[in-house]
Design a protein around this ligand. Structure first.
Ligand SMILES: [Zn+2]
Ligand SMILES: [Zn+2]
Length: 376
């Protein structure tokens, strides 16, 4: 029975991060995809599962491993001993690229199937379309299964056969010289690109790949209430997979165009509205357009001040999946009249007089605290 801490090469008081880092390093080292020993890989994975879980780790510290899963010590397939493995990661990275070095369980099968990649397209919506939802055509330009050979890649329709170079394994053993000496490692087979299968009589239209660049127009239903950046998944409409693997998904990402009147804040809308000074003082009714293309009447209370907010309930946006609509907030701007004619001027002077406001006084401007203005 080997010690789990020794397996991961960490001290008994190692923190969570240290356990994770050690596992990543060890898993790469022993990963079967990288030519590692499968038993050793299972052993370090087991060590990680125990030591990364606080309650399991506590039990292990007290009672030891129950030993039901496995207890074999690290396989050390490269013969380097337990320490000083830093260079291996680099070698593996250089060979397979960062992502291929470690991909969790089941790597062999996943590599061979090569599912198609996901694809993202962006649609721009107006705010009005956010309210109603909309059906849109999008153009998608990705490889899809070749019609001529029905995705098999083979002209005769026989389908691909086992690769002669790697015998269908999808990888070949290579010996690499490193600073540590010779290192036996596995690399994807060049003859079949790691798929393990080759086409003997390639289809003329797709060159044996089984896929062709295809431009398609798809209709996508965009529901109401989406926000900028939201994505609608369309399963199976991404790139075709290789060798019969499933296609990737299409994601339609929403971009909401700026509106000339309304600002959006979640499901609420805000707009600035001009109110004549007389209406602000006396009160009245405003007629304003809504995002639905309708008009609503909004009462303006007497004594309305600049910056006051008039709220129209449920004239905002719907939320995705339904529910109560947001509100429309109208921020009041009070219009001071300009270009007065003689009569208007006389009336305002009378008004000032009735209010006891001395227009000629140079001390007429009463200071108020600036803070009050900012707090509005
Ligand atoms: Zn074809
Ligand atoms: Zn091959």
């Amino acid at each position: 029975m080997s010690d789990l801490y020794e397996l991961l090469d960490i001290p008994r008081d190692a923190g969570e991060d240290e356990v994770k880092r050690a596992y990543r390093r060890k898993a790469r080292e022993h990963h079967p995809d990288a030519g590692g020993d499968e038993e050793a890989f299972k052993a370090v994975t087991h060590a990680y599962q125990v030591l990364s879980d606080p309650s399991k780790r506590a039990r292990y510290d007290r009672f030891g491993d129950d030993g039901t899963t496995n207890g074999r010590a690290g396989g050390d397939p490269f013969g380097f001993g337990g320490a000083g493995f830093g260079g291996i990661d680099d070698v593996i990275d250089a060979f397979f690229g960062q992502s291929a070095g470690f991909r969790g369980g089941g790597g062999r099968r996943a590599r061979r199937e090569q599912p198609g990649r996901d694809v993202l397209v962006v649609v721009e919506l107006t705010l009005e379309e956010v309210v109603t939802g909309v059906s849109r055509e999008v153009e998608v330009d990705v490889p899809r299964a070749c019609d001529t050979c029905e995705g098999s890649g083979s002209a005769g329709g026989g389908g691909p056969s086992t690769c002669g170079t790697c015998g269908g394994a999808g990888q070949v053993q290579r010996v690499v010289r490193t600073a540590f000496g010779q290192l036996a490692t596995a690399a994807p087979c060049g003859a079949c690109q790691g798929t393990g299968r080759t086409v003997t009589d390639p289809c003329r239209d797709c060159g044996g790949e089984g896929r062709r660049p295809t431009t398609r127009t798809l209709r996508v239903d965009v529901p109401a209430g989406l926000e900028d950046g939201d994505r609608i998944p369309v399963r199976g409409e991404g790139e075709a997979g290789r060798n019969g693997a499933p296609a990737g998904d299409l994601y339609v990402q929403v971009r909401v165009a700026a509106h000339e009147l309304f600002e959006r804040d979640g499901r609420d809308l805000a707009a600035e509205v001009s109110v004549p000074v007389t209406q602000a003082a006396l009160g009245g009714t405003l007629t304003v357009p809504t995002v639905d293309g309708e008009e609503v009447e909004v009462p303006v209370p007497a004594g309305t001040q600049p910056g006051d907010v008039l709220t129209v309930r449920r004239a905002g946006l719907p939320v995705r999946g339904g529910g109560r609509r947001g509100d429309l907030h109208l921020i009041v701007r009070v219009e001071v009249p300009i270009g007065l004619d003689t009569e208007q001027r006389r009336l305002l002077e009378q008004f000032a007089e009735a209010r006891g406001e001395d227009l000629s006084s140079r001390s007429g401007g009463r200071f108020s605290r600036l803070r009050d203005a900012f707090q509005r």
